[in-house]
Design a protein around this ligand. Structure first.
Ligand code: MG
Length: 253
């Protein structure tokens, strides 16, 4: 299904730069997670993300990407991904806040996402958040030399569905390196033992998007914001992971 010809394995030097980019993404998401409290606008979070990048000498990965107008994606509650920060949008108590952020260091990209609760969130929202984060860990466990891409996809899907939630099909994880989105696509659903064989130098962004209800999503009139079709809550976690000779290394921590 996947051609290895289009998959660029990264050198140790390239992975070194991606490690730097990943550390900056992780540090920024940590600051943003603490800043995402009731009353703060999503535009303020975008400003904070740009300041963090400036401080650390990195460039935003999302700003201007296919015309995206911000450095940060902020998606609330039933919004799945690609929410556009706005001055008019203040975070409310009980909101689920998905923060997706990327940066560029020396021409190489890092990409990660977290979902946090603002103020006090419901027990069901907390469970969705926990299962999504855990499903990412299940996927990462499958990244090993000689494994298959389908092992990763299947591990995420199996864990999510076992817990009564659904994985989004319309958006998937991806290879990453000198571009934000490279081959191979990494679906959050699939069959173990199938797909690309994983080899050292492969760098992937694994990103389960998990809905409390059905897996269907639609795009709002702004042309970006993806929302659940049934209005149910959605959560999103992502890491950039390099496969080294010795095993998987999470670059965005
Ligand atoms: Mg991504």
């Amino acid at each position: 299904m996947f051609s290895t010809k289009t998959i660029e394995l990264k050198s140790l030097k390239e992975i070194g730069l991606m490690r730097e980019a990943g550390a900056i993404v992780a540090a920024t998401l940590k600051v943003l997670s603490q800043a995402a409290v009731p009353g703060v606008t999503t535009a303020e979070l975008d400003r904070i993300s740009r300041e963090e990048l400036k401080k650390r000498g990195a460039k935003p990965a999302f700003l201007g990407y296919h015309g995206f107008p911000a450095a940060l994606c902020v998606s609330l509650n039933s919004e799945v991904v690609h929410g556009i920060p706005s001055e008019k949008r203040a975070i409310k108590d009980g909101d689920l806040v998905s923060l997706d952020f990327g940066c560029i260091v020396g021409g190489l990209y890092g990409d990660a996402a977290v979902t946090v609760g603002a103020g006090k969130i419901s027990a069901s929202a907390q469970r969705l958040l926990d299962v999504t984060r855990e499903s990412l860990a299940k996927g990462i466990e499958q990244i090993r030399v000689g494994g298959r891409l389908g092992d990763v996809s299947s591990a995420v899907q199996t864990y999510v569905e076992k817990n009564g939630f659904s994985v989004v099909r319309d958006f998937v994880g991806h290879g990453i390196g000198r571009a934000l989105h490279e081959d191979p696509p990494v679906p959050n659903y699939g069959k173990a033992g199938t797909g690309l064989r994983l080899s050292p130098g492969l760098v992937l962004a694994i990103e389960p998007m998990v809905n409390a209800g059905g897996c269907e999503v639609e795009t709002r009139d702004d042309g970006w914001t993806a929302v659940t079709k049934d209005g149910s809550l959605s959560a999103h976690f992502e890491h950039t992971i390099a496969l080294m000779e010795t095993g998987a290394e999470i670059l965005t921590i």
